[in-house]
Design a binder for this molecule. Structure first.
Ligand SMILES: [Zn+2]
Length: 761
């Protein structure tokens, strides 16, 4: 049965604003726990600490001082270096290199005992992907080799092959030894997934394994058109999942059912793809994600931390934990391991993480520091977290907009330009929606079929590679009344990245390809071609004849009205663009709201006039036939926004979502500044994070000072439609009653300093 959009929105009712079935009922922290028995460590350890030990620390590790630091910072678990590249205990295996100053000391064991005495969870940290030269001399078959048979090196160390005996038998023996000696609660591994996608290992184990699985020889060159190379990509992914399972089998057999192995994972999808880490498949086989996403880049901003938390929870479940390594030292470019990170920078990253359901984990490198300011940063944040911990876990997002992502599209559409083709468009949407304070959640493309009625809009940010089944799931979403926004080359390629003859969603878009040539996939080619030139989009209808300014006779008459997605642009007929577009055929009934103005010179200024002021090439098409709301924006303004940060682009993206969402957006926040607002439901309670990202240095890391903003006016739709609610501010400390008008609760925050957490009860 087909549901019209109007009925669909009505069905949303009040209570269904939550992110559909992705947002499951709120369980207790451990729904599987036997009454009276504590939840396993991976369900109860909310705050973490890690002192990444250097080789000279065994002689100078002041455990007594660190114990009181553990207490002061209210942590519940520690991550302690055990073995791998460097062992911090006297291993019975001579090939496991001991820390230079270890001698016969069991530093790992000492730290594990100290942590146990304080009731902390102990996770043993491995770093498995490199070894010292004696290992290579004795076991060359443990080392990855290139096409010429030369070992892969990393500085003085040798890179181990994940298909060789080092991973299959030596590391399991080491982990069993660690369990036997110290019985850690679980294991992690810093760089567990071996060589990345840019390097093929041609060792005998890899050759044999690939041949046995695929009947082929290993690919000799990187060629995405080559079937063998594609099979190598898939085979490499599968081996990492197998390794995950094998490591868990080892640690659980030796250490008990809860002694799980959890390799670290990153915050960027392109990075996960480069490392052959299938994020969704990993989330399906682990009860916790240990997140190695330590800092913002200027391009991503602090908001990327909340976004990453939501992205992982979307796969892992909102009742699970995602502790994240948060350095107290200056990380990034430049890296200063022993110097304090500016506190405002560290705090903003932590707070954005809290807002995305991430748990804090302070991280120091070395057990001794002369810059002692770094010991002051985490403490107040960790204590605040402890006081508010029950509001920061086990909640589900209240959002009506889903940003769809696909790791497979990053691989097979993005190929060697995954970040540019796939991550930038997604990031542009994130920035635009954070800036517009529109609640949104990332949704994995294979979960579209699972989302409930709470999600009323799906955004497909240049989702180039889509399998037929994924296309069908998107279609079903639209058929039952959902709105769709797609950009760039969405659906123009299949799951292998092979070009289709037309967009698979052309009928929904109301636009199809006009040329029979094979489409170019690389944005970089397009960017290069326009790097020295300027392109624009022409908005329709043109209104300038009615706007104050110089007039000429050739000006079109100002007739008609603009579509709501062009709201706010009444005084301009053009928008800066910066990309290029190809002709499309637009279906009868679909509306073209913007057309392409091809490049013309920017230098010298005398030449900066439009050579071809008007084309029929569409930049933005909306298709409202049959009561649907579908927008297709061939112009890659999402990618452009991520790169250029032009407010017009952000405004247009937000306008598209507001139009598509109708009245389903549950939150309106007004006031100055850059705020990341995240809204959750926790049983009957609503939890609202307002993270203030307005600061001196928000334009360029590091943040030096966060500038308080306010007043901030909040209106939110109460799913329970109560006549009034109590609002408690967990930072400002006030309590007030908010009265509902037409189902909307309204209250005002006089000031937001670093952040605010409002409980609406
Ligand atoms: Zn190999």
């Amino acid at each position: 049965m087909t549901t019209t959009r109007r009925e669909f929105v009505a069905q949303l009712g009040a209570a269904a604003l939550v992110g559909g079935s992705l947002a499951r009922p709120t369980p207790a922290l451990d729904p599987h726990a036997v009454p009276g028995s504590p939840a396993p460590w991976y369900r109860r350890t909310l705050r973490w600490g890690q002192t990444n030990i250097t080789e000279i620390d065994p002689e100078r590790y002041d455990i007594a001082w660190w114990r009181q630091y553990w207490t002061r910072t209210a942590i519940q678990g520690v991550i302690v270096n055990a073995g791998g590249i460097v062992a911090y205990y006297p291993s019975r295996y001579p090939l496991q290199y001991r820390a230079a100053r270890l001698g016969d000391r069991d530093l790992f064991g000492d730290l594990a005992r100290a942590a146990r005495e304080q009731g902390l969870t102990v996770v043993a940290r491995m770093d498995s992907n490199r070894v010292h030269e004696p290992v290579f001399r004795e076991h060359p078959d443990w080392i990855a080799v290139d096409a010429d048979g030369a070992p892969y090196r990393s500085g003085d160390l040798y890179v181990t092959c994940i298909n060789g005996p080092y991973y299959r038998s030596f590391l399991p023996d080491v982990m069993r030894e660690i369990i036997e000696r110290a019985r850690p609660d679980g294991f992690t591994d810093n760089s567990w997934s071996g060589l990345d996608r840019n390097s093929v290992c041609y060792c005998e184990n890899c050759q044999r394994g690939f041949r046995d699985t695929t009947g082929r020889e290993l690919p000799r060159r990187r060629d995405w058109e080559d079937v063998g190379f594609r099979r190598w990509i898939e085979w490499s992914y599968a081996r990492r999942l197998q390794l995950w399972d094998e490591n868990n089998a080892v640690t659980r057999a030796a250490g008990g059912a809860d002694c799980i192995w959890v390799g670290m994972n990153g915050g960027g999808i392109a990075g996960q793809a480069r490392s052959f880490r299938d994020y969704r498949a990993i989330c399906a086989r682990t009860p916790i994600v240990l997140l190695d996403h330590q800092t913002r880049s200027n391009a991503e901003g602090f908001q990327h931390n909340a976004f990453t938390g939501k992205l992982i929870h979307g796969m892992l479940g909102w009742d699970k934990l995602i502790p994240e390594s948060m350095p107290m030292y200056q990380i990034g470019t430049p890296m200063f391991r022993l110097a304090t990170k500016p506190p405002a920078e560290a705090r903003a990253w932590m707070l954005a993480g809290f807002a995305g359901g991430i748990q804090p984990w302070w991280h120091h490198v070395s057990a001794y520091h002369e810059d002692r300011r770094m010991y002051r940063t985490a403490e107040p944040m960790m204590r605040w977290h402890r006081e508010n911990e029950r509001y920061l876990v086990d909640r589900t997002p209240v959002a009506s907009v889903g940003l769809v992502w696909s790791q497979r599209s990053v691989d097979f559409y993005g190929r060697d330009a995954g970040e540019e083709l796939t991550e930038l468009p997604l990031r542009g949407w994130m920035h635009a929606l954070v800036r517009a304070r529109i609640p949104h959640v990332p949704i994995h493309v294979d979960q579209i079929g699972e989302i409930g009625a709470g999600i009323s809009v799906l955004v497909l940010p240049n989702l180039g590679a889509l399998a037929d089944a994924q296309v069908a799931a998107i279609r079903r979403f639209v058929e039952r009344g959902g709105a769709l926004i797609a950009t760039g080359q969405t659906s123009l390629f299949d799951e292998w990245g092979d070009a289709r003859s037309d967009f698979a969603l052309a009928d929904l878009f109301g636009a199809s390809r006009a040329e029979s040539t094979t489409p170019a996939r690389t944005a970089s080619e397009r960017l290069r071609s326009t790097a020295a030139a300027q392109t624009y989009l022409r908005l329709t209808p043109e209104l300038r004849a009615g706007v104050d300014g110089p007039h000429v006779v050739s000006e079109p008459r100002a007739t008609g009205t603009r579509h709501p997605v062009l709201a706010g642009f009444a005084q301009t007929d053009i928008l800066a663009y910066g990309g290029s577009l190809e002709p499309l055929r637009v279906a009868a009934g679909a509306s073209v709201l913007a057309t392409f103005i091809p490049a013309f010179p920017a230098f010298p200024p005398e030449t900066a006039w439009m050579r071809e002021p008007r084309t029929e090439i569409p930049g933005l098409v909306v298709n409202e036939q049959g009561g649907r709301r579908v927008a297709f924006m061939p112009a890659d303004l999402d990618r452009r926004y991520a790169i250029d940060n032009l407010p017009d682009h952000g405004d247009l993206l937000a306008n598209l979502v507001r139009w598509a969402a109708g009245d389903s957006i549950p939150l309106r926040v007004e006031g100055p500044g850059l705020l990341d607002v995240e809204l959750y439901r926790q049983s009957d309670r609503l939890v609202l994070h307002v993270v203030n990202l307005t600061g001196a240095g928000s334009w360029r890391a590091p943040m030096e000072e966060i500038i308080p903003v306010g007043p901030v006016d909040v209106r939110l739709r109460d799913p329970a439609r109560k006549p009034s609610r109590m609002v408690r501010w967990r930072v400002g400390g006030r309590t007030e009653r908010a009265v509902a008008h037409d189902g909307w609760l309204r209250f005002t925050l006089p000031v937001v300093r670093e952040h605010e957490l409002a409980l609406i009860e």
